[in-house]
Design a protein around this ligand. Sequence first.
Ligand code: ADP
Ligand code: MG
Length: 240
Amino acid sequence: MVPVVELNDIAHVYVTDREASLAVEGIHLKVEPGEFVSLVGPSGCGKTTILSVIAGLLQPSKGAAYVNGDPIYGPSPEVGYMLQQDYLFPWRTIMDNALIGLELTERLNPESRSAVQNLLREMGLGDSGNLYPSQLSGGMRQRVALVRTLATDPGLLLLDEPFSALDYQTKLQLEDLIVETLKERGKTAILVTHDLSEAIAMSDRVILLNRNPGRIHRLFDIPENIRRAQPFFCPQGAGL
Ligand code: ADP
Ligand code: MG
């Protein structure tokens, strides 16, 4: 099977007018279809740099990067990116925020709109479509961001510390919901986090990074029974 992501000896140097710094080096990674992989490491070890390469937002200084077997030339509709901040537009309703990716890719039609409505319902946001972001809690806003990312149906999801601004209990509930939602849909996912327990709770595989420069330190496969043990049971619609 063709890996969804393949990174071959990636290195990246950031060049500014004053200096050049080696952010990551010697990064090899293969992610198989349907896998949930976490990149874990301290701040500054290059996690976001690696995701940016996979998202097609950053051309690495060295190495080859592929998504679904094709060299990465730029952002692709096959890849969805969810960030720590939700970046919802405050002047748009929740529904209109969730539809934005479909609008931009000219795929908004009655069918795709109703699929988004269903996704909002599944995330316990069925009654929130006409509200504005300021009327929602942090956990609800991140769920809207997840719906917005899933709306365009990317096969690969990149999640960059999506829980770090949330309180502990909300974080556990959202971890649970995201793993279930992505597994159900057969999505492939790469989660970036500095929280090892979060990575273990959510992933099939954990990759530990070192910093200065960012390198892969160790790889762990997470045993099935730990993976299947959900961190927290979250009844749908629980008020996150
Ligand atoms: P992480 O996401 O693990 O915190 P990053 O990928 O953001 O790490 O950063 C890795 C290293 O590259 C850090 O030393 C950071 O300061 C540096 N870096 C990141 N982005 C830039 C940039 N745009 N210009 C210069 N240096 C950068
Ligand atoms: Mg980062």
